[in-house]
Write a protein that binds this ligand. Sequence first.
Ligand code: PNS
Length: 204
Amino acid sequence: MTVMPSSSAVRVRSQRLAAARVSTAGFFHRPGLRGWVTMAPRGDMRSLLAIYPGSFDPVTNGHLDLIERAAKLFDRLIVAVLHNDGKEPLFTIAERVEMLREVTRPWRNVEVDVFDGLLVEYARQKKARAIIRGIRAVSDYEYELQMALMNRKLEPEIETVFMLPAEAYSYLSSRLVKEIVRFGGSVQDLVPPIVERRLRAKVS
Ligand code: PNS
């Protein structure tokens, strides 16, 4: 037996749909039982995109570990290198992008790109649903929390997803890797071989 919806149920449903809104970022909002419900546009449901931003000066095995984890969770992942952050980088933007492209080649859903200006603006342009940030230890948390909350204030519809790298990389950073190489130490298990070669060439 087919149960037909009552005319009042149909009226409520059509009133709700009439009240639905589509935001500038393409998200669909509809009234739910406890206020407004935000839904991704249909296209985005099938292709969930995340941005993994950073300086990547240079990419380390810790970054790669996170890329691998995020690439499993999302349909697409853009590793986005910040162009002008005021820091004095060791590698040029072109060198960082080239190394990243080389080492992320095994993942077919991972792209490498460059961005300038506000991260949330870039994420909005790309129609990303999430920003990925790695938390290695409690010491990362305060800065990351501040950044995530500020990004949420600027763009409430993009979520920051904190991910944990493998414990083996919890003490690893691009800054320490550069320092080790500068003083002649080995970074063999800390960065991919191509990065190690480039590091040695830079400091020699
Ligand atoms: O690898 P890093 O240096 O920790 O990455 C920091 C990065 C690039 C994610 C951050 O500096 C950033 O998002 N810069 C873009 C400018 C911006 O959006 N600033 C406001 C952050 S609340």
